[in-house]
Every structure is written in C-alpha cells, then in structure tokens.
Design a binder for this molecule. Structure first.
Ligand code: FAD
Ligand code: NA7
Length: 543
C-alpha cells in the first residue's frame, strides 16, 4: 500500500537555471535535506538551455555572469570574449551541476513540468503534481522558474497558414540553420538585435519588422587574453565585493554626477568614452547619475545615441524607421553591430507603426501597404511574459485553497521578492519585486537567504513560515515608490509587464539596487525574520 503514497521529501525546487541549480546545491549539500528538482527542459541551463538562437550572448561581462559562491569554481573559469556566448554559459552551468553532483537530484523533461502545487494545511506539506501525473509532497517549495522564461508568442492573423518555418528565439531548436533563407524577424529588443546581427550576413534576405525602435549602444565584445583573465582572477574578492555593494551589479561604479552639471562638451566626451567601452547598463548608469530619473538628463543621452544611429545607418529611410524617439527608459540595450547590419543590401526594415501586419499567408507577411514580404522562415523575437508569467501558468494554491492568480490579481506581490502571504514555506527566486540587476549575484543573494530561512525554520521546529499580508503590502508600496522616482514607469516595457496584450501593467521590480536590497534582507533576518508569521509545529503527543 505504501507505494500508493506520494513520495515525500523535505524540499522541491522548480527550475534548473542559475537559481534552481544553486538552490538544490544549498539545500542538498549544505543543509543535508532531501530535495527533488524539476525542469521541463531536457537538461539544466534554464535561459541558456532554451535560448539557442544564433548570436545569443550575455550582456553582463563574462567574469560577472557566473556564480561567486565558490572560489575554486571562479578560479577554474574560462572564457574567450568579454561577454559569454550561449554555448559557453550552458557548458558552464552543466559543469556546475556535475561538479557539485547535483544531477541525481533533478528530473528533467516535458513529463516533469510542474502543473500544480497545492498546500495541505493539516499536514503542513505541499503536494506537487507533474505533467505526467506523478505526485510528490514536500515541506518546502523553492520556485526558480525564471523571470524571462515564459515566452510571448503573439497571435498574428493567418500565422497557421504559413508554409515556412515559424521559430521563437526562446525555444530555438539546437543547430537550426538559416543559411541562404529568406528570413523575417519580428521584434528588435535585446534578442531581436542579437539574432538580426548574427544572421544578416548568412541569410539570403532579411526583413526586420520593427514596432518600437529602441536606443542601443555597442556591447563592446572583444577577445580577452589569458593575462586579462589572470588579472581578473587575482582580484575576484574585491570585484565581487564591489558588485554586491553597487546598484545594478554590473561591475562598474554608478555615477552620481548629474548630467546637466557639466558642459555639453564634457557630457559628450563621457558618452563617447562609454560608447567606445561598451555595455548598456554602463552607458545608462555609469556615465551620469540621473539619466534614469531626470527627463532633461535622459534626453542628452538619448540625443547622443540618436546621432550615432544616424551616422551608422547610411540609407536615410532605414535610419528613419529605426530611429528611437522619446525616453531612454527600458532595460538598456547593447548590441554587437545591429545598426551596421542595415547597411547590408539584403537587409530591409518594415516599420510596423506605419505599415502594420495585415495577415500572414502561405508565403509570407502582408503589411497594410499591400506589400507581400516573401519568407522561408519567420522568427519571433517577441520576448517573454516576464516575472510572473511562469507562476500563472501553474495551478498554485496556498491556504484555504487560495489560487495564486486570485491572490495576485493584476499586481503580483511578494515580501522581498522571495515569499508571499498565505503561501507558507513557498519561496521564489526572482519573484515579483525582486532586484533589477545583473542577475547572478541577485539570484545568489536570494538563494542564500532562503536557505538560511529554511535552516531557521528547521532549527526552530516550525511548521510554517510566511510573510504577513501587511508586510507584503508595504513591500509593494516601497517598490512602487522607488519605481515612481524613475523614468522607467513612464514608458511601456516588460519591466512593468506592459509588453503582453491584456496584462495589466504593474510594478514587478525593486529598483533600489542590490546593495540596498542586501541590507534590507540582512536586517530582516537579524530581527528574527521580521514581517514573517511563524507557526510552531505541534508538540508530539506524549505517550
Ligand atoms: P531560468 O534560467 O529562466 O530557468 C528557469 C527554468 O525553470 C527553465 O529552465 C524552465 O524550463 C523551468 N520551469 C519554469 N516553469 C516550470 C514548471 N512549471 N515546471 C518545470 N520547470 C519549469 N541576465 C543577466 O543578468 N545578464 C544577461 O546578460 C542576461 N542575458 C539574457 C539573455 C537572454 C536571451 C535572456 C532570455 C535572458 C537573459 N538574462 C540575463 C536573464 C536570465 O534569465 C537570468 O540571468 C538567469 O539566467 C535566470 O536564471 P533563473 O534560474 O532564475 O531562471
Ligand atoms: P523584449 O525586450 O520584450 O522585445 C520584444 C520585441 O518584440 C520588441 O521589439 C517588441 O516591440 C516586439 N514585439 C512584441 N510583440 C509584438 C507584436 N505582436 N508585433 C510586433 N512586434 C512585437 O524581449 P527580448 O527577448 O528582446 O528581451 C527580453 C529580455 O531578455 C532582455 O531585456 C534581456 O534581459 C534578455 P515593442 O517594443 O513591444 O513595440
């Protein structure tokens, strides 16, 4: 009869990206608890398992797009360029899984997609069900389901009639080759820029469908020497200290100089230097301190980038269609030659705000100017249902059968980005209202904090730990106040969930920076997990 019972473990981890891998390592290897990790992918890697599109590259510099928790792991690391490519990151994460002997804790593949997680109040356990119908129980659930993971696949009229290939960058088949094909790309965010830049020289013809042109600066990808890597390794302690004490955690000092406090010549000198050096976050946050908060300052950076775009793209009509306007206030883009790609004669651009897509036919895309853009393949680089997307695709029920989607309504909430009220022992890595940074150091911060919390719960014989409703409201309020001090709230982007048709824009990030975030977390822990409600396990009945 016992086989009929679901398997019970201490903890379940959902996801095998940076977050899930580290969570399994901490819970299994450090706390010594029993744990099962699940991922619907066929292997570890998360983002870097799924995004195998040509040109996929980090925009965090190579030496900082990795874990910092293990010094030997850092010293053993290697990379070829100033930024890590998708195959390199995937290999790195697979290597981490093997190094810490984590593979035996994971179950991979479509059958292991988690479809529901329901809290059983009496038992104080979560009952988790997979796509295949297997049922597991655990005291703790750690969600590391990714913030840019649930893909956004817009429903375009007639798409099902298209005889060519339809691809999404976020679910790219390994090795899929576009050489010699007529290719359409929808979307010019970070992903669209990368895929356009990489494929433009290889395809027979490319049509780039642009809806909102964005501001993009060079990424600054170049080869690194062994000597440079050695120097980085020699200084790693100091470097990570700086990263964790900074705002965006990208490895440079954020500027505190107001843009308008210097002369125009000096401003342009600073912008030119950042342009040459490369990096989107460096351009936005390392040049001046108020680009993301002050409209006048913002416009000086925006104007600089626009003038560069005008200089790079030779065809004035293409330049016009790709020219951004208005605020420079999305996640700052950087590229590896995106604007240059349009100087190739085989690359065309369609401005969707002038000529929207009317219908997709067997042979291509028809726009409102009666043009048929004939294609062999249509690539969607249309992004993600960010942050809460993967949560909402599961049936998650906390106390009193409360469905997470009802609990969150139009504003997903949390305390500190890691937990929410009425969902006991249920934790999130990069959940709503977590930090907006170079992500590995924020992921590590959260996983380490959650692990400490689990340890505290175990050491103190707790049955349940969950934030109070009041605390959650206050954290949402804090995140809203900080967001409202920035210009980011003034335009639509995935940072506020404004990229998904029908999704109500809401605050999804703590924009206060990693250093502040870390001190808030430390303070909460030092005060006995202030803001959390703790439920003691019932004493065992005396015999
Ligand atoms: P993910 O890596 O997204 O992993 C989540 C995993 O959970 C996935 O494998 C998914 O299959 C699994 N999963 C989700 N739901 C379920 C379920 N119900 N059942 C089973 N499994 C499930 N960040 C940076 O800081 N710097 C960068 O340069 C950078 N570049 C990026 C480039 C691209 C193209 C993309 C898409 C993202 C980029 N990011 C970057 C963000 C990146 O997502 C994070 O840095 C990091 O990889 C997130 O790790 P994670 O473990 O939290 O989530
Ligand atoms: P983004 O940044 O959300 O970009 C998606 C792009 O797709 C953007 O240009 C969108 O235009 C466009 N898009 C989305 N839906 C449509 C429809 N229906 N029609 C035409 N165009 C559309 O996603 P990315 O994958 O590039 O990057 C996301 C993050 O992942 C990035 O910040 C990195 O961290 C990695 P819009 O601007 O909405 O007009």
């Amino acid at each position: 009869e016992s086989q009929m019972h679901p398997q019970t473990v201490d903890a379940i981890v959902i996801g095998a990206g940076f977050g899930g891998i580290y969570a399994v390592h901490k819970v299994a290897n450090e706390l010594g608890l029993s744990v099962i990790g699940f991922d619907k992918a066929d292997g570890p890697g998360g983002t870097w398992y799924w995004n195998r599109y040509p040109g996929a590259l980090s925009d965090t510099e190579s030496h900082l797009y990795r874990y910092s928790f293990d010094k030997d792991l850092l010293q053993d690391g290697s990379w070829k360029y100033t930024y890590v490519t998708q195959p390199e990151i995937l290999e790195y994460l697979e290597g981490v899984v093997d190094r810490f002997d984590l593979r035996r804790h994971f179950r991979f593949g479509a059958d292991n997609e988690i479809t529901s997680a329901v809290y059983l109040e009496k038992e104080g356990l979560w009952e988790v069900t997979t796509e295949a119908g297997d049922v597991f129980r655990a005291k703790y659930v750690v969600n590391a389901v990714g913030l840019l993971s649930a893909i956004n696949f817009p429903k375009l009229p007639g798409l099902h009639t298209f005889k060519g290939e339809v691809l999404h960058t976020g679910a790219w088949p390994e090795g899929k080759d576009m050489t010699g094909k007529r290719v359409g790309v929808i979307g010019t965010g970070s992903t669209g820029e990368q895929v356009v830049t990489e494929l433009a020289p290889k395809v027979e013809h490319m049509t780039v469908f642009v809806r909102t042109p964005q501001y993009s600066v060079p990424v600054g990808k170049r080869e690194v020497t062994e000597a440079e890597i050695d120097e980085i390794k020699a200084n790693y302690d100091e470097t990570w200290k700086q990263v964790k004490n900074s705002g965006v955690a990208f490895g440079f000092e954020e500027s505190t100089v107001p843009a308008m406090s210097v002369s125009e010549e000096e401003r342009n000198r600073v912008y030119e230097e950042a342009w040459q050096k490369g990096g989107g976050f460096r351009f936005m946050f390392g040049t001046f301190g108020d680009i993301a908060t002050d409209e006048e300052a913002n416009e000086t950076a925006a104007a600089f980038i626009r003038s560069k775009i005008g200089q790079i793209i030779q065809d004035p009509e293409k330049a016009r269609k790709l020219m951004p306007s208005g605020l420079y206030a999305r996640r700052p883009l950087c590229d590896n030659g995106f604007y240059d790609a349009f100087n190739q004669p085989n690359v065309d651009v369609v401005a969707l705000k002038e000529t929207p897509i009317r219908v997709i036919t067997e042979t291509g895309v028809v726009t409102e100017d009666d043009q048929l853009h004939e294609l062999d393949a249509l690539i969607f680089a249309t992004g993600f249902d960010a942050v809460d997307g993967n949560y909402r695709r599961m049936e998650i029920r906390g106390r009193d059968g409360l469905h997470l989607n009802d609990h969150w309504g139009g504003q997903p909430n949390s305390y500190l980005g890691v937990a929410t009220a009425k969902f006991p022992n249920w934790f999130m890595v990069l959940g709503p209202n977590g930090p907006f940074t170079n992500l590995p150091p924020s992921i590590e911060t959260q996983v380490e904090w959650i692990t400490e919390l689990v340890k505290y719960s175990e050491d103190n014989g707790l049955k349940a730990i969950e934030p109070a409703e009041q605390t959650v409201s206050e954290w949402t309020e804090t995140c809203t106040e900080i967001a409202n001090m920035t210009l980011f709230t003034k335009i639509d982007s995935w940072i506020f969930g404004a990229n998904i048709p029908g999704k109500k824009p809401s605050v999804l990030f703590y924009l206060g920076g990693l250093a502040n975030y870390r001190s808030v977390l430390a303070d909460v822990a030092e005060h006995g997990y202030r803001g959390f409600e703790l439920t003691k396990a019932a004493q065992p009945a005396t015999v």
